[in-house]
Design a protein around this ligand. Structure first.
Ligand code: DGP
Length: 114
């Protein structure tokens, strides 16, 4: 999508601090980190949000989670733990409408998050 900032990052038209990439996803550091490691894992194809995934895209959704697992191993935080968050629409706090999973690690996460 031409007016989507994350599509521009995928296309290489906007810079990012990339930490992981495979056939289906890329992952890069969030510009407003909420933890020592705060990474966004996004699909390379534009899907606005979780509500927009079709049944046929279940492998793409799986690829996002598996990328997070690999990033955890890469950063040596798998054992300590990490948090994965996907915000959806207004009440979820979504501000960028290209699906992304927040990968947060490096400090104790609290629950409820507020
Ligand atoms: P959300 O609220 O779930 O839609 O989170 C969007 C996140 O995206 C937010 O934490 C800030 C981050 N973000 C927005 N624009 C950019 C950008 O251009 N580059 C990077 N690295 N992060 C961005």
């Amino acid at each position: 999508m031409s007016d989507c900032i994350f599509c521009k990052i995928v296309a290489g038209d906007l810079p990012c601090d990339r930490v992981y990439e495979d056939e289906h996803v890329i992952a890069f550091n969030d510009m407003h980190p909420q933890a020592p490691h705060h990474i966004l894992v996004i699909p390379k194809t534009h899907v606005a949000g979780v509500n927009d995934f079709s049944d046929e895209q279940q492998l793409l959704l799986g690829a996002i989670v598996l990328a997070a697992k690999k990033i955890a191993a890469q950063l040596s935080v798998a054992e300590d733990g990490y948090r994965l968050v996907m915000n959806c629409n207004g009440h979820g706090g979504q501000t960028v409408f290209h699906t992304h999973m927040h990968f947060l690690a490096g400090r104790q996460m609290l629950w409820p998050p507020g």
